[in-house]
Write a protein that binds this ligand. Structure first.
Ligand SMILES: Nc1ncnc2c1ncn2[C@@H]1O[C@H](COP(=O)(O)OP(=O)(O)OP(=O)(O)O)[C@@H](O)[C@H]1O
Ligand SMILES: [Mg+2]
Length: 476
């Protein structure tokens, strides 16, 4: 049998995992001045989970901005507008809500407007039109002093090259953001060390950046962003300078840390695998416009148009889908003290080659193969235990398919999907469902039972029938 073990790391959606962490991170909102602070209207914030709202935002670079927008609205494309007016449309009529604690990814080709959109959020770039709200506060109308305070306390930005200070120690770099925030020395030191530990650089604090490898330096940069405890992180292609292996490490590290600290992250990338891997939701941009916004699964299943379809056609499903998206419900289970004859009968009736064994509380114990059960039945054994393989692999909902694939190489035994915390059986990945998940976005049929795909992302549960089509139609 395949060696036992838990495969992959869990990945929880913030709304699923203890939202309590957020309150710890919530920084002082003392920068708020009432004069300009307009409590948003019902349309602005009707959802407590919305932390950033971008409303009808456009940014035109160049003089004839209004004319350019009018032309664009009348149906002319970005290139035509640019040719006729000399103005460049950076972002056109963007609308999006970022939910508290989610990783929101913006993806698109070079020049599609990703960085511009990101910079509109913290007003490094002023919108030509439209509004941006942060927790209901009107960022686009904020006086500059408060805006600076907001950037310092609440909303950090991480660029492609983390920009370490070469003459400062690793710890000094990790704590640099806090220094800018004016935190006292002791706090800087503590938070800096804590952050270094999080990124696996414990004990390296006294070194200079140049004494570390490229990947380690990148981790110092991540530590710096984490140490500040800003509630929102805007990240512009933070991993793009890394080679693919280190990049994957950083993505995993980032997901791990994010699972613990749950910042709200707006993450820009032009790498589709990265987007689908990291994002709870993804916005795809083209020529300054958001052409589709939804969960990774939604985008893969229902590309909004031909452009998105082409954009996602080469995606490697093994890297971006999780156990959850291919698991089937474990409706038939057996208990260890049941008689083999009874279980055999059930298995034959349902046409099962394998049956998972669970205890009274549905904790997964092992897997039984029909032939083993038959052997015990023949010998008139009383209990099923003798047929049970307890070394069978188990994974979590959020385990990537690429980690599950090798488990099927040597044998064709269903893989148990268990609850990360206590090992309760949640479903099974069977060979057929896995293959379907790697090759198609269509529905998956299993011996008369139909399980719909649902991304390893936000609202979580495996759904069936009409629930599923509603859920995957989810947009955001
Ligand atoms: N400061 C500027 N002045 C004039 N045009 C600009 C400016 N910044 C961006 N643009 C234009 O706005 C459009 C969007 O640029 P942006 O930098 O947002 O693209 P991007 O999606 O981040 O691209 P990349 O993947 O190359 O970083 C492009 O056409 C670009 O030329
Ligand atoms: Mg950019």
């Amino acid at each position: 049998m395949t060696p036992c073990g838990r495969v992959g790391e869990g990945r929880k959606h913030p709304l699923e995992a203890g939202a309590g962490n957020l309150s710890k991170l919530r920084v002082s909102q003392g920068y708020v001045a009432n004069k300009w602070r307009r409590r948003a209207t019902e349309a602005d914030v009707n959802d407590r989970n919305t932390i950033i709202r971008v409303k009808n935002c456009s940014k035109v670079f160049g003089r004839r901005a209004q004319q350019a927008l009018e032309m664009r609205r009348s149906g002319r494309n970005k290139a035509e507008v640019e040719r006729d007016t000399g103005a460049t449309i950076g972002v056109f009529d963007a609308n999006l809500d970022v939910r508290r604690g989610e990783i929101f990814v913006i993806i698109g080709l070079s020049g599609s407007g990703k960085s511009t959109l990101l910079r509109l959020i913290n007003r490094l770039i002023e919108p030509t039109e439209g509004e941006i709200y942060l927790d209901g506060d009107h960022v686009s109308k904020m006086p500059i002093k408060q805006l600076r305070e907001l950037r310092r306390r609440k909303m950090g930005m991480v660029f492609q090259h983390f920009g370490l200070l070469p003459n400062r120690s690793v710890l000094g770099n990790a704590a640099f953001g806090l220094e800018i925030q004016g935190a006292p020395f002791s706090e800087r030191r503590r938070a800096g060390e804590e952050a270094l530990e999080m990124v696996g650089l414990h004990g390296q604090g006294n070194k200079l950046p140049a004494e570390l490898s490229g990947g380690m330096q990148q981790r110092v940069g991540l530590a710096r962003a984490l140490a500040t405890k800003q509630e929102i992180l805007l990240m512009d292609e933070p991993f793009s300078a890394l080679d693919p292996l280190i990049r994957r490490d950083m993505q995993n590290l980032f997901l791990d840390i994010q699972g613990e600290v749950q910042r709200t992250v707006v993450f820009v990338t032009h790498d589709l695998d990265e987007a689908l891997r990291l994002g709870h939701r993804v916005a795809i941009m083209k020529d300054g416009e958001i052409v589709q916004l939804g969960t990774p699964e939604h985008i893969l299943r229902e590309p909004a148009n031909e452009y998105v379809e082409r954009f996602v056609e080469d995606v490697d499903y093994a890297k971006v889908r999780t156990a959850e998206s291919v698991m089937i419900p474990a409706d038939d289970v057996a208990y260890p003290n049941e008689g083999p004859t009874v279980v055999l009968r059930r298995m034959r009736q349902a046409g099962l080659d394998f049956i998972p064994v669970v205890d009274d509380e549905r904790y997964f114990i092992g897997m039984c193969e029909v032939e083993e059960v038959a052997r015990l039945a023949e010998r008139n054994e009383r209990e099923l235990k003798g047929a049970m393989d307890t070394m069978t692999p188990r994974v979590e909902r959020h385990t990537w398919l690429r980690e599950i694939l090798p488990l099927f190489v040597e044998q064709d035994v269903p893989v148990a999907v268990v609850d990360g915390e206590d090992g309760r059986l949640e479903g099974l990945v069977v060979h057929g469902s896995l293959i379907a998940g790697l090759t198609t976005s269509a529905e998956l049929s299993n011996g008369g039972r139909t399980t719909s795909f649902h991304g390893g992302h936000p609202e979580g549960a495996t759904l069936r029938g009409s629930d599923a089509s509603r859920a995957t139609g989810e947009e955001g």
